[in-house]
Design a protein around this ligand. Sequence first.
Ligand SMILES: *Cc1c(COP(=O)(O)O)cnc(C)c1O
Length: 403
Amino acid sequence: MDRTALAARDADDPILRRERFELPDALVYLDGNSLGPPARRAQERVTSMLAAWRDDQISAWNRAGWVHLADETAARIAPLLGADRGEVAVTDSTSVDLFQTLVAACRARPDRPVLLIEQDGFPTDRYVAEAVASLLGRSVRQVPRDTLTQTVDDDVAVVTAAHVDYRSGHRLDAVALGRAARGAGAMTVWDLAHTTGALDVDLHAWDADFAVGCTYKFLNGGPGAPGYVYVAGGLDPEATIRGWWGHGQPFAFSTGWEPAAGAARFRNGSPPILAMQPLLAALDVFDGVAPRTLQERATALTTLFIDLVDERIGDAVEVASPRDAALRGAQVSLRHPSAYAVMQALIDRGVIGDHRPPDLLRFGFAPLHTRWTDVWDGIETLRHILASGVWEQDRYAARNEVP
Ligand SMILES: *Cc1c(COP(=O)(O)O)cnc(C)c1O
């Protein structure tokens, strides 16, 4: 394997659509798992939305179709989840969506005292689960993520976990956990923050009751883009917030709250029309690409990255992600005692990943915009930094607020 062969693969890759994103040619962007790049057409969509607002003022809700925009966005995300359109709503943030679905799941299992969560998962998931437990008089049980399937029992109202762990990139066997939860009579709430847009998702096959996720990572929706909620068809979950946009007919302005069908009942206030524009531009880029295809390319990219680590820098870093591709998401983390400084040196040389404390260098491999040569160039730059010790310079020790 050499760079020339990889460049030839880039030139002839049926999935790679880097030219549809705003990414300078020289940039090696391996951070699409934290914040995806803007789609090329994002700017144009934002500009035309602002023009519709200026030209039509409030009439734009009808004329520009803003009134249906959240539904349309949800319908575009649904195929990436293996879901039907009525099963998905785009609203709020992952954290709020998690709160709403965990409360609904607990209320659907009134006699069960436990929320089962993973130990050391993403902080917001733990914070929210603890808040829901205290609100509803339940308790949180935390176990290592690879033991969730064995641990779910008939005390458990709901089991919730990130499909892919934000630090190690470890991927759960969703079918096995879904089956175990269903068998035990527990509800499931999946957090798909590090999954959707990069991996194969089939919420029906997973026996999932609920799922939530954000759109600013692999879906490239932009900073602060809205989250989404999945509610399995046939469920009639209790909604807690009951805002007017979760009403079946918001513009009837009726006295009593009647839930919208399906996931839309979890839409609370006015939809974020401005924030959905870059997201819709990005969702266009996914057109015609099946989730399974995304996963195949992501897996091939992470496999190449790990192979090149072993071959070229294996004595200087440790692979902290699963080597079994079936247990891995679309990211690879490497362990180094000075991971922060090493990452700063990489960023300084145009290779963008990120750092997670205490000792992880984290790299994401978004299947639509990561080139084969990005993998090669990322490793070569890292090899140079580690061999030269340039990361030891003082300027790479200065901490940024966002690591
Ligand atoms: C990024 C991420 C979130 C984000 O939550 P927001 O409320 O949308 O900021 C939630 N869960 C996990 C596992 C994440 O990685």
